[in-house]
Design a protein around this ligand. Structure first.
Ligand code: AMP
Ligand code: GLY
Length: 421
């Protein structure tokens, strides 16, 4: 197949790598891709979605896969479909589930899907009044997309009220904060669950855990994610079933009723409280670095799964997963998550160790390439993935691979998957 992938991160690289490893040959295009995706296909520079759709038609692209949320919220799926193209991802309307936390919370409430008790408002008085009914910590969220920074866990009522005032005045997040959610704090453990959906049916992938904080022991600032592993032993069949029955099925049915059928990846941020799954949030795309560890666990065709999902035929296929575990360790640059560092050459040791060669690989993200040399050129640079029969084995392998990659300022967490060990 001729496949176009939108995005430039490790997530998109890992999807492309999984597709490249399939027995059937494919031709891959990336918009924009990164300094390593051009070894798997062709990087493009066509920013306008209408122009991109024209290119896709001329090139006879058979499937487009959208990685990040921004093009989805901007309606790239609607534009491609209007042009008669096959594209995997939610419409602009369905992408509201991630684009607006107010929309998401009201949707959850309307369809009785478990979520934290909340208020959505643009009135400072109402927000303060509701805050006074909660006990600390208190969670304050900006409505719109804030690049992962729009959630404040306030340790006391004063802190919550400051966060509310700064959001509602536009000071902290501009227009994205002019409506806020104030909600109760849920005390439990967090999971990342992914359902590949075609509007009617879905396939639930093995549950993962992300590591959002920069430093070991979950300290330091929040990041996009510093590592992940799957499947997590913190989920049993009963919990999967509860997530299916209480969250995914009513969401797909509800979105159809809202005339925004959900096609694409439904990313459910789940908090498990006393054994019960509660929806923290929805995203409408794969998590990064979760995607990087889920792709290598898929033993059936990844491209076929996306194609069937994009053509409402998921019920026709059986998606299979390996019995292994995968652990991914993110390697970030020196100033992450505050700013990008100056480009630094990446030096990869030759791999002579059979175990490393067979059971580890790299998924590239913030890299550029010049004259065949790769440079660390971004925040999160790459992910080292190890697989194995146990989480410990997969993790040890991932860290072995990390030890063979060098660039100035490289930064990793040393405790990925600690929750499971
Ligand atoms: P969100 O973008 O809504 O997922 O929030 C970012 C992170 O904040 C989540 O991954 C959780 O770790 C945390 N969080 C969000 N809402 C709550 C809540 N109600 N209780 C506890 N932690 C929360
Ligand atoms: N790793 C979490 C996310 O992609 O939002």
């Amino acid at each position: 197949m001729k496949i176009l992938i939108l995005g430039s991160g490790g997530r998109e690289y890992s999807i492309a790598l999984a597709i490249s490893n399939e027995s059937e040959p494919h031709e891959l295009f990336f918009m924009p891709g990164n300094g390593a995706t051009n070894s798997l296909g062709t990087n493009l520079n066509i920013k306008d979605y209408n122009d991109l759709a024209t290119f896709a038609k001329e090139k006879k692209i058979e499937l487009t896969i959208v990685g990040p949320e921004a093009p989805l919220v901007d309606g790239v799926v609607n534009i491609f479909k209007d042009n008669g193209l096959t594209i995997f991802g939610p419409s602009k309307e369905a992408a509201h589930l991630e684009g607006s936390k107010v929309y998401m919370k009201n949707f959850l409430a309307k369809y009785n899907i478990p979520t934290a008790h909340y208020i959505e408002t643009s009135s400072i008085e109402d927000a303060f009044k509701f805050t006074d009914t909660l006990s600390a910590p208190i969670v304050v969220k900006a409505d719109g997309l804030c690049g992962g920074k729009g959630v404040i866990i306030a340790q006391n009522h004063d802190e919550a009220k400051i966060a509310i005032s700064e959001m509602l005045s536009g000071k902290s997040f501009g227009d994205a904060g002019l409506k806020v959610i104030v909600e109760e704090f849920l005390d439990g453990y967090e999971l990342s669950m992914f359902a590949v959906c075609d509007g009617d049916d879905y396939i639930l992938l093995p549950a993962a855990q992300d590591h959002k904080r920069l430093l070991d022991n979950d300290e330091g600032p929040n990041t996009g994610g510093m590592g992940a592993y799957a499947p997590t032993p913190l989920v049993n069949e009963e919990l999967y079933q509860k997530v299916k029955d209480r969250i995914i099925r009513p969401t797909l049915d509800g979105m159809k009723k809202e005339e925004a059928p959900f096609e694409g990846v439904l990313f459910i941020g789940v908090m498990v409280v006393n054994g019960e799954p509660i929806t923290l949030e929805f995203n409408v795309r794969f998590g990064d670095p979760e995607c990087e560890i889920l792709m290598p666990l898929m033993t059936s065709s990844v491209s076929d799964m996306f194609y069937k999902a994009a053509t409402n035929k998921l019920s026709e296929i059986k998606v299979e997963f390996s019995k292994d575990y995968a652990v991914g360790v993110v390697m970030a640059s020196g100033n992450y998550p505050y700013k990008s560092s100056t480009p630094a050459e990446i030096i990869l040791d030759d791999v002579h160790h059979e175990e490393i060669e067979k059971y580890t690989h790299i998924s590239y993200a913030g890299v550029s390439q010049e004259d065949g040399v790769l440079y660390a050129d971004g925040g999160r640079i790459l992910v080292c993935i190890g697989t194995g029969n146990t989480i410990k084995q997969a993790r040890d392998r991932a860290y072995l691979r990390c030890g063979q990659i060098h660039f100035a300022g490289k930064k990793i967490r040393s405790d990925i998957a600690y929750q499971a060990l």
